[in-house]
Design a protein around this ligand. Sequence first.
Ligand SMILES: NC(=O)c1ccc[n+]([C@@H]2O[C@H](COP(=O)([O-])OP(=O)(O)OC[C@H]3O[C@@H](n4cnc5c(N)ncnc54)[C@H](OP(=O)(O)O)[C@@H]3O)[C@@H](O)[C@H]2O)c1
Length: 244
Amino acid sequence: MARILITGSADGLGALAARALLSQGHQVILHARNPARAQAALAAVPGADTVLVADLAKADEVLSLADQANALGPYDAVIHNAGVYQVPHEEIFAVNSLAPYLLTCRIESEGQKPRRLIYLSSGDHRGGRALLNNLERGTSYADSKFQILLLMKAVARAWPAVYANALDPGWVPTKMGGPAAPDDLDEGYATQVWLAASEDKAAKVSGKYFYHRKPVRCASGVEDTFLQDAYIARLELISGVKLE
Ligand SMILES: NC(=O)c1ccc[n+]([C@@H]2O[C@H](COP(=O)([O-])OP(=O)(O)OC[C@H]3O[C@@H](n4cnc5c(N)ncnc54)[C@H](OP(=O)(O)O)[C@@H]3O)[C@@H](O)[C@H]2O)c1
């Protein structure tokens, strides 16, 4: 049985992944933005262990989420699922880019980092940029999904004992995807469930980008190790929190 934390699991792909992992016998810790959404998360995912509360748009609450999570003990996997789309660019940067970085740096309990880290990117990352000198002013959705791939690649290089991977869930009909989304909703959470808990050799890799459980190429800019390092250095400077 694996112990898995999923950010943004009050509904959408986070709640669906949580339910799938529970049905496989795993232990799931949920996360929601405020107490009311935390109640909704527990109602949407019966059987979850508990729910942690933090607004990921606020860096101090993100750091407190890491502390709350660490107090519960070490994790086998963290799924960095929470995301926003049609909101101001400052909020997109805070939730989609900075929060997963801070949680990646800070979630460590009893000297153990999570053994698997899974990051939700998007096919939209192909139109994204690193924006090194303008991060604080905010990023577009595409930029944020490019940046989360830089983070994943940097983590995979820095921490060889951890499986760090990312995925494109496809354009699927959640609150974010909208009712007309054409891709298969079940495939939208299958990859993160598999990466989080499967003993399949193909899931125990690092530095890969997946679509429907198959490794696919990401935008070539993401592979640039100098860009990865420069991006992490900018996040360190902005937040005062180091990836180590
Ligand atoms: N759906 C798609 O077609 C699609 C395509 C590509 C990538 N993705 C990615 O997949 C991930 C999941 O998306 P989804 O489709 O499941 O979207 P969703 O239904 O909108 O769910 C997003 C989740 O993130 C939470 N969240 C957003 N802002 C937050 C904040 N400030 N603090 C705490 N939690 C916050 C939301 O909480 P509330 O419910 O309280 O708002 C919700 O639980 C995202 O990273 C998204 O970018 C989705």
